[in-house]
Design a binder for this molecule. Structure first.
Ligand code: C5P
Length: 217
């Protein structure tokens, strides 16, 4: 890693779970820690890339352009700005599938007469699919697929549907892979190639292995 093999390469990484606002103090979120995206961003930085990290979780490091956002809509807006000049996009963020239809201006009060409170949700845009649809042949887009069943089948579908160059798939039903842990077990899928099954390793090592793969293509 002493050699700056990614010098001049513009890398954008998204990390963390989106926080979809309900009112000024509440949101709908998920358990993503941001660790996989952080590792991807850090290793790219160490290899000399110009890195932009778009994250919902505060990053405990620097040496890159860090853009803190909360919602999927905010993530989309930032990506639309930066993607045209991006060489490699890594979509490691856990984007919420749905967001509240209305965001209350004021903190929602509980009502003594009502034991049930309903929040109506509407679908978030698929950021990866929207952004990758605009990709040129020189741009490289990586998505993640966190699955609990039919890992390969579901990840293959995502590769095609989302127009990604690579999908890094992991089975989040395994205790040592996926959300909120320091390790991950990845299967790498790319069009026209057999899947690469990587052993269980730290997220930093996954990131090193990914960038090594990228540089060897
Ligand atoms: O469809 P699924 O959520 O399993 O796809 C996961 C991949 O798609 C991840 O790379 C994630 O960042 C991205 N995604 C997205 N926008 C969404 C949902 C997922 O970009 N609304």
């Amino acid at each position: 890693f002493a050699e700056k093999k990614l010098k001049g390469v513009k890398v954008v990484v998204t990390a963390g779970g989106t926080k979809e606002a309900i009112d000024p103090v509440r949101f709908i979120g998920n358990r993503s820690s941001g660790k996989m995206g952080f590792a991807m961003a850090k290793i790219a930085r160490d290899l000399g890339a110009e890195v932009t990290l778009i994250t919902t979780v505060a990053a405990p490091f620097g040496g890159m352009n860090i853009i803190q956002i909360q919602t999927a809509d905010e993530m989309m807006k930032q990506l639309k700005d930066v993607f045209p000049t991006t060489d490699v996009l890594i979509m490691a963020a856990a984007v919420a599938d749905f967001k509240p239809v209305h965001v209350a201006d004021q903190k929602i009060k509980k009502n003594d007469d009502e034991d049930i409170f309903t929040i109506k949700l509407t679908k978030n845009p698929d950021i990866l699919q929207t952004i990758a649809a605009t990709k040129s042949k020189d741009q490289f887009v990586v998505g993640f697929a966190a699955e609990t069943q039919n890992l390969l089948e579901n990840a293959e579908k995502k590769l095609a549907k989302k127009n990604a160059d690579v999908i890094l798939a992991n089975n989040v039903a395994q205790v040592d892979a996926g959300f909120n842990v320091d390790t991950n077990k990845i299967t790498l899928l790319q069009k026209g190639h057999q899947p690469l099954v990587w052993p269980l390793m730290s997220k930093e090592d996954v990131a090193k292995k990914f960038w090594k793969f990228y540089l060897s293509k």
